[in-house]
Each structure stands twice: as C-alpha cells, then as structure tokens.
Design a protein around this ligand. Structure first.
Ligand SMILES: [Zn+2]
Length: 735
C-alpha cells in the first residue's frame, strides 16, 4: 500500500489544483483614457471610461477606487508617513507647487451620477457607491473626467524638469478577488495589485516630446495649433495588462529593433538621454537577452512590444517596471545596466503576467525575479552578484565580495535584525525591504531548486507560468504547483518563508590575516585586518604603530581591536585596545554586549631642574556591559538600553615635598601613581525619528566619596519649514 502513496497524493494534488482552477475567477477592467498634457503648468486633463466586469460570485454595491495621485496632496497621506519613517523629509518639506493631486472628478456609472465616500484613513482611496447593484456576470461602465496636478517626482510619478513620468496617473479600481477587497494607499516602499484588462490610451502633447509608453502605438497625428506650436496625438493599445505607464521627454534618443520569438516577432525599444548614448549603445541587446532567457525558462513573452526607458535626473540606481515598459535610473556602467534591464524586463513575468499581490507578498515578484537575475548573471558573467561597487582595481578585486547583497543579508541576519520572507512590503525595515524579498527570497528559490532538482524546478516554473498567467496567484497556489509537479511534500521548504534566520547553512570559517580589509568570501573566512596607524598628542608627539582588528561584514559576535603605538616624543609604548562579545538572547532585537577596552598615553610631563623631561603616563581600563531591550516593531525608531561602565584610571601625578631635615631645605619631586575609579550606570531611551527626535538619559555615577545622579533630556523641535531647535534639559544631584 505504501508504494501507492505518491500516486494517491499526486492524484489528490491534481484534483485540488483542478478544483482551484475551475473555481477561480477574477474581475476584468477595460480602460480607455483620453489625456492632454499641459507641460507649461505640469497638469494633465483627461477623461477615463472603464468597463468593469463582475466575474465574482458576489453582487457588488460599491467599488474601492484608488486615487493615487492624491498621495502627493499634503503631508497627511500614507506616503508622507512612510517617507518620514524611512528617513526622508524631501516630500514633507516640499513646496506647495511641487505637490500633486487629482481633482475635477465626476463619476458616472452607466450614465447615472455615482456618489463617493471617503476612505476612513486614506485620502488616496475612495469608495464608489454604485447607483445600482452589480450582479455576478454583469458589467458596468464607469466614467469620469479628471485633472492631474503632477507632483515633482518624489517617488515614482510626476516630473523632473520637463521630463514626465506618468505612472499611477488615473483612477483605478482596487482588486476584488477570492480573498475580498484590496484597497491600498500608494506607498514608496511597497508595490501594486491591480485588475487585468484591455487598454486604449490617447495622449495629446506638444510634438517636441518623444513618448515611450506601455503597449503598441496604433495611431498618431500631428496638429498645427498656431504658427510655431505643434501638438501630436498618440494612441496606444494593449490587451491583458493591469497597469499603464508612459514617459515623455524632449531629449530621448531611440533605438529600435525586432526580436523573433518562437511564435511571433516583437518590437524592442530603448529610450535614453542623448548624453548617455555611449552607455546605452548595447541596451537593445540586453533587452533581447532578458526576453529570450525568460521566454525559455518560463514561457514566451506574450506582448508585441517591450521598451526600456532611462529616467531623467541624477538619482542613482534601480528601476521601476510597468507592463511592457520599464524605467532605469542613472547607471554607472554597462554591466550594471545589463543587470538592471534584465531585472526590470523580468518583471513582465513576475507581476506583469503572474500578477500576485506585490504589497502583501513582495517575495513572489521580487524574489522569483531576483532568482532569475542570479541565473542570468551566471549565464552572462559567470558570477551571481551585481557589482555595485564597480571598482575594478586589483586592490578592490581581491577584497570585494562576489555578491554584496549576500554580505549585507548575512550581516542583518547575524545581528538578528532580519524578518521572515513572508512579510508585507510596508512592514519591512528599509534595509530589510531591499534584502529579504529580493536576496533572501532568491536564496529560498535556489533552495527549492536544490530540493527538487533543476529539471523539476524548471517544469514547476513553466507550469506556474502556464496556469497562472494573467491571473492573481497566491503563495499557496505556487506551493500546490511545486508539490504537484515535483511529486514531493514541500511543507518544510515553504515553512522557511515564515521564519527568520539564514536560508544558507553556516560554514566553518577559517581565520585569515589580511592587509587593510576584505569582504571576499566572508562566509568562509574570519578576517583579521592589519593596517598601519599613526597618532599624535602634545606630550607623546608623533606615534607610529599598527591596527589589528576583526571588524567586518558580517559582524563577528567576538570583536577586538588592538592599536599599539610607539611615541617618538616620550619614547614610550602607548596604544588602544578592546574586545567585546555580543549575545542575542531573543528574537526581537535584544542584545547583550560584554566588553572591555583600554588606553595608555602620556597625560603630562614635567621638566625638572636638571633639564630632564619626566613623562607622566595616563591609562584607563573600562569594562562595560550593555543590554538593548526588545522592540517588537522592527520599523520602530525607538531604542532603549541600559549600560554599565567602570573606569579604572591610573595617572602619574607630580608632588613637591620640601625636605626640611637637611641643613638647606630642598624641594623633592616625586611622581606618585594615583588610581581612581568611576562606576557609571545609564538608562537611555531614544527615538531617532526624522522629526522631533529625542533622547533621555538617566545616569547614576559613583566614585570614591561621591554618588551623583542626573537626568538629561534632548529634544529636537522641528520648524514648519526646514530646520529646527535643539532643546536640552538637565537636572543633577550629588549625594
Ligand atoms: Zn524588482
């Protein structure tokens, strides 16, 4: 009987998968927009008409509608809060004219005026009340005019000078799926979830602009408005997409070619700023490689066109994807450009076609896509990582990590500051958002590949693509396909998505001495870095020596530094040193550090009557213990810790004694060694938030013959415009 078990399981999986497929439904939203861009005022006047098909089994009485341009309306939106929490004040302190909004809305549903209600929290979401209930299987036409005041591009949408990024630029229904409604405010950290449909978009703007857009151009015309002013009207069309973006710039240079895929020929476009023509000369080849590799690994690219656009401005790094079109920010070198193009074009598969909920399960698009980045990079360059340091000198080549993302992830994980892969985008810390749904989820995909074998993994991904293209898959749908196709119970692999900690098993590390530093293979080596050191003080004069330490990424729990220095003035051996050990007793950021440090220098000197210089050394030894308290919210900017330090200080003093026993009394100079100590206990609560940060320190100190307590409060009072005032309160008492 046991022999039959896999077959029975397979049968069960097949039937459940089949059941899911037959019960599956999703809404459809066909969109038609006519828009006119006014580049003198940075506004856009438009009308939108949406055919909303209710394929759900439920009667709908309202539709949650995203008005994401309102995210830039004032400083009370979810976007503002998140940007501040993430440490950016650029939008908070922006000028009124740099902000943006959508207005002049007048919703009609099947030509009846429809009421709208505010969302209880978010200004960029409204509830569209349907004049008549929408029964299952029926459709309605939703229409409204609107005006956009475009914001400066603070996040993804708006203008940079006279370059325009029209993204999240129209009213859009939230997704209604088998788990209910998904109204979400616009956020910078956290992406999207939208309904599929067919789009026709007409754009009118001055003919001096070149437009790069989602979809294929289906019509264009040029109109002569006045003697010297021409406008153009461009119509773009694309079926089976869930978003539409377009970009207009007067400085675009365009490269075009076609690419033959198994079943069709597609158009390939690159739009870039004229001054970067050299960097972008091979961009078409990069786009083609991205399309070809993913088409073979997952399934053929389904759209007739693919475009890549260089974003205006100097903001470094990264890109942003929309159906059939992606945006790439300023890039340093061709290899990085290839890497970014591959990643962003890859998003056509992950989220573009396989439209999972990016806000809720960012690993499903970023992690799967990053897995293929590694595979692509291995194919093209023989290495998995992207060289973000870009320095190809011999010095750096022997020291930089193969994959800096991996080093950073190992660092965060080592500090127990990581979060599970299965975490919603907006719940990640900034650093974790850039590492965990990307790098850690990609490592998890590699683990899955290892678990079931590459051939089985590839057929899992192809099946996933075939069954879920143009649909909304959830993690459980991916799991059920992985188990069905591989024929394995993968619960233990999928449970890792919910856990903190490293996916990669730790390796036994070797101790290695290096000059200066090294981050290379830091998963295999403990580096002890040696480098020259110099110092200076008034009594010791110049000091030369060396520094030996093991501070590196990822951090070791045991850390030390030793800096012996020979003083050319006092001819003494001075120096600094210290060591510490970190314990992580919990999973919420608690950390106990025990350490000791010491230093020895010359504190003074005295030239006696014989002209001899007598140096008076000063040394201290400081044992310390610090405990950082748990904080359940990883995004919190509050830190609470208690710290104990004892200073053992030893100084050589200077004492004059008049010896009166002699016939002629003389001064006798001695250099007595004095020792003292100071115990210090501190309780600190600080909030390093971007606005109104504060720090409260309660301190008790005890030395020979005294006990003192004091309280220090520091509070930064921000002004309405930039800048502010530091307020300090101090109270102390001796006992
Ligand atoms: Zn991405």
């Amino acid at each position: 009987m046991k022999k039959l078990l896999p077959a029975i399981l397979l049968f069960l999986f097949a039937t459940t998968a089949f059941a899911q497929q037959t019960n599956y439904w999703q809404q459809k939203v066909d969109v038609k927009i006519d828009a006119v861009l006014d580049d003198a005022n940075n506004t856009l006047d438009a009308s939108i008409s949406m055919n909303y098909f209710n394929n759900s089994p439920d009667t709908l009485h309202y539709i949650w509608m995203h008005l994401w341009p309102n995210a830039y309306k004032n400083d009370k939106t979810a976007l503002t809060d998140q940007l501040l929490e993430n440490g950016s004040t650029k939008f908070y302190f922006s000028k009124e004219e740099e902000r943006g909004y959508i207005n002049r809305l007048n919703f009609q549903v099947d030509e009846l005026v429809a009421d709208i209600e505010d969302h209880p929290q978010h200004q960029d979401i409204i509830k569209l009340i349907l004049p008549q209930p929408l029964a299952p299987g029926n459709k309605i036409k939703i229409e409204t005019p609107y005006r956009l005041k475009l914001p400066y591009n603070f996040s993804r949408s708006g203008y940079i000078g006279k370059s325009y990024q029209l993204t999240q630029w129209y009213p859009k229904p939230a997704v209604y799926d088998r788990k209910g409604w998904h109204p979400i405010p616009y956020l910078d950290q956290g992406e999207f979830y939208s309904e599929f449909g067919d789009y026709t978009v007409s754009i009118k703007l001055p003919s001096s602009y070149t437009v790069a857009s989602t979809g294929k151009i289906s019509a264009s015309s040029k109109e002569n408005n006045t003697d010297s002013f021409y406008t153009q009207t461009l119509v773009y069309q694309q079926n089976n997409i869930h978003d539409f973006a377009w970009f207009a710039d007067k400085n675009f240079e365009v490269l075009h070619d076609t690419l033959q895929l198994a079943s069709k020929t597609i158009d390939v476009y690159a739009y870039y700023n004229a001054q970067n023509a050299k960097l972008w000369k091979n961009s078409i080849a990069y786009i083609k490689s991205a399309i070809k590799t993913k088409s073979s690994w997952l399934g053929e690219y389904p759209y007739p066109v693919v475009s890549v656009v260089e974003k205006a401005g100097d903001e470094d790094g990264g890109g942003m994807e929309y159906p059939t079109i992606t945006l790439i920010s300023k890039t340093e070198n061709e290899k990085l450009l290839d890497y970014l193009i591959n990643h962003e074009v890859g998003h056509n598969w992950f989220y573009g076609i396989l439209a999972s909920n990016e806000r809720q399960h960012p690993w499903m698009d970023e992690g799967m896509n990053s897995y293929y980045d590694k595979r692509y990079a291995t194919n093209q360059y023989g290495t998995t990582g992207v060289d973000i340091l870009g320095d190809d000198s011999k010095f750096m080549n022997t020291r930089k990590p193969e994959d800096f993302q991996q080093t950073l992830l190992a660092t965060v994980t080592g500090l127990k500051k990581d979060q599970p892969i299965e975490t919603p985008s907006d719940k990640f810390t900034v650093l974790n958002y850039n590492l965990i749904p990307y790098e850690k989820a990609a490592q998890w995909m590699q683990l899955l590949e290892k678990e079931i074998g590459t051939a089985s993994f590839d057929s899992v991904m192809k099946t996933y693509y075939n069954r879920w293209q143009f649909k909304h898959p959830y993690p459980e749908d991916f799991k059920s396909i992985a188990e069905e196709v591989s024929g394995k119970d993968l619960a233990h692999v999928f449970s890792l998505l919910q856990q903190k900690g490293s996916i990669v098993p730790p390796q036994k590390k070797k101790i290695k001495l290096v000059s200066f530093f090294s981050l290379k293979d830091s998963d295999k080596n403990h580096y002890i870095s040696a480098l020259p050191a110099i110092g200076y003080n008034f009594y010791d004069k110049f000091m030369i020596g060396g520094l030996l330490h093991n501070y590196n990424l990822p951090f070791s729990k045991f850390q030390f530094y030793a800096m012996p220095l020979y003083a050319t003035g006092s001819k003494q051996l001075n120096g600094l040193g210290g060591m510490s050990y970190d314990f992580f007793p919990g999973n919420n950021g608690q950390c106990l550090t025990i350490g000791i440090s010491g230093a020895r220098f010359t504190g003074d000197h005295y030239i006696d009557s014989t002209g001899a210089k007598n140096f008076q050394p000063f040394s201290k030894i400081v044992p310390t213990a610090k405990f950082v308290f748990a904080n359940k919210n990883p995004r919190s900017s509050v830190t609470k810790y208690i710290r104990w330090k004892t200073y053992f200080i030893s100084e050589t003093g200077l004492l004059f004694n008049r010896d009166t026993s002699l016939p002629i009394p003389v001064d006798v100079i001695t250099y007595p060694k004095e020792s003292r100590y100071l115990n210090q206990l501190e309780l600190v609560v600080e909030d390093n938030r971007k606005l109104y940060p504060y720090k409260a320190t309660l301190q008790a100190a005890q030395g020979k013959g005294f006990v003192r307590t004091d309280l220090t409060l520091n509070y930064f009072f921000n002004y309405a415009s930039e800048g502010g005032m530091n307020v300090r309160f101090f109270a102390g008492k001796f006992f």
